[in-house]
Write a protein that binds this ligand. Structure first.
Ligand code: TRP
Length: 458
């Protein structure tokens, strides 16, 4: 395989642009749609605490390792690892990390795009005033009616798939950078406005207590696995997305600082989303445990009651569409780069094939909410199975392999050069976390939660 190591890649114009793109990838439906509903399902405060610990002690160390691979390899995830393995005299089989990642990305995108479609439908509803003055019962009815119509879901899913395909077929610079710079700050401002509304109109004390007061009596290994999976999902970790973004990074930029900034912004957005949602869930009498519909029902009630809610609601959902859009790009980009570099396809061909595949798989998620809701795999519907398989199995698996590969098998000189951690203490902390804490924690949580109890061993 002859590869020109620069041809298919652009390069980020600055460190800021990389931070924005990585944040654009990280901040998305994971923060605003998924974080509140799985926190609601898993009991609140204790889950949030475990989630934050996972981001700090598992997420950030693995993030450094993943960006390192991309920055050094400068190719698609599979070829980068193959190239680095040759240089370091390691087995080329480690490139299976790239393959798992590409697969995980497409599987995630298939349902991500369906939910992004819901967001578009709700933006339209907000714009036409359909949600004005709606109450909790009305919002629940509206959501249930909406998801029970497979054709409507398919139409929105199709539109979002096309939107993703269009941006990725244009390449990196023109597509990604410009969108993120303008829209992220706007999303943050609207989210803050929503939190203020919640504080005034919702049961703010109840919501904050639910989110921050830890009750460990409900915590099981499965809870921890879900929190950990969410950390991977929300940081866009373990599937090669950050590897690809890292490969666009020019070589003189400090990875660690950049990663800490991205992880902090991502966590901030998730916590703000929780602060905005939970007070309203409580005050409007909605259920914490209603699952994927939680924010759609809660936000319609909130915007329906808010002065200017028609305008703010429309804007909020539109910004959420953009956040989902910048994330979906990073889900598909590893597969695209790989197809371009390996099979010599044009960007447009690669974009068409990979988005087509994700679109097709998305039909499985669509029918999980209506005609196919009875189809169960391990007691979960198709959507839940896809989500469980990717967030709780494939991403952590990719993450463990990345951290083990980088921290144990790569020469210290190369790590020091690329990671560029100036302080000795911080470098030791990273090595210790990447070599021991992150892999042991991930393996322990996965083994326990997936049913192989190791109580007797430890
Ligand atoms: N992090 C995004 C979100 O929170 C989703 C996402 C984008 C992702 N790229 C990824 C998840 C890569 C895992 C891997 O919405």
């Amino acid at each position: 395989m002859a590869i020109n190591r620069t041809s298919s890649h652009g390069e980020w114009s600055s460190r800021t642009a990389f931070i924005l793109a990585a944040t654009g990838s990280a901040v998305g439906l994971g923060n605003i749609w998924k974080f509140p509903y799985i926190t609601g399902e898993n009991g609140g405060g204790a889950f949030v605490l475990i989630y934050i610990l996972c981001v700090m002690f598992i997420g950030i160390p693995i993030m450094l390792a993943e960006v390192y691979l991309g920055k050094r390899g400068r190719l698609n995830p599979i070829a980068s690892i193959k190239y680095i393995s040759e240089k370091e005299n390691r087995s080329k089989n480690w490139r299976v990390i790239g393959l798992i990642g590409i697969l995980a990305g497409i599987l995630i995108l298939s349902y991500y795009s369906v939910i992004a479609g819901w967001t578009m439908a709700y933006a339209t509803r907000a714009a036409f005033g359909v949600i004005n003055n709606i109450d909790a019962v009305g919002a629940t009815l509206m959501f249930n009616n909406f998801v029970s119509d497979p054709e409507r879901l398919l139409a929105w899913h199709t539109i979002f798939s096309i939107m993703t395909a269009i941006v990725v077929s244009k390449g990196v610079k023109s597509g990604l950078e410009s969108a993120v710079i303008r829209l992220m700050p706007a999303l943050l401002v609207l989210l803050l406005a929503l939190v203020i509304f919640s504080a005034i109109e919702g049961d703010f004390v109840g919501g904050v207590e639910f989110m921050l007061y830890p009750d460990f009596s409900q915590v099981t290994w499965k809870t921890i696995l879900i929190a950990m999976g969410q950390a991977f999902f929300s940081l866009s970790l373990g599937m090669g997305a950050l590897m690809v973004y890292g490969s666009y990074l020019s070589s003189d930029i400090s990875i660690p600082k950049t990663c800490v900034i991205v992880a902090s912004l991502d966590t901030l957005v998730a916590l703000l989303a929780g602060l905005a949602i939970f007070p309203i869930v409580i005050s409007s009498g909605l259920e914490m445990t209603q699952g994927p519909g939680l924010i759609f029902q809660t936000l319609t009630v909130a915007f329906g009651a808010m002065p200017g809610g028609q305008l703010f609601g429309t804007l909020f959902f539109i910004l959420l569409i953009f956040a989902a859009w910048t994330s979906s790009i990073s889900l598909i980009e590893p597969m695209i780069i790989w197809m371009i570099e390996k099979y010599n396809l044009t960007r447009i061909q690669a974009a068409t094939i990979s988005s087509g595949l994700a679109w097709l798989l998305g039909i499985g998620t669509i029918i999980s909410f209506n005609v196919g809701s009875e189809i169960k795999i391990f007691n979960m519907n198709i959507f839940e199975t896809l989500d469980y398989l990717t967030s709780n199995i494939l991403l952590p698996l990719g993450g463990i392999m990345i951290t083990i590969y980088v921290s144990w098998l790569i020469s210290k000189e190369s790590i020091n050069k690329e990671l560029n951690i100036k302080s000795n203490i911080l470098r030791y902390i990273w090595y210790f976390s990447a070599r021991f804490i992150a892999p042991i924690a991930v393996i322990m949580v996965m083994l326990n939660a997936l049913g192989f109890s190791i109580d007797g061993v430890l």
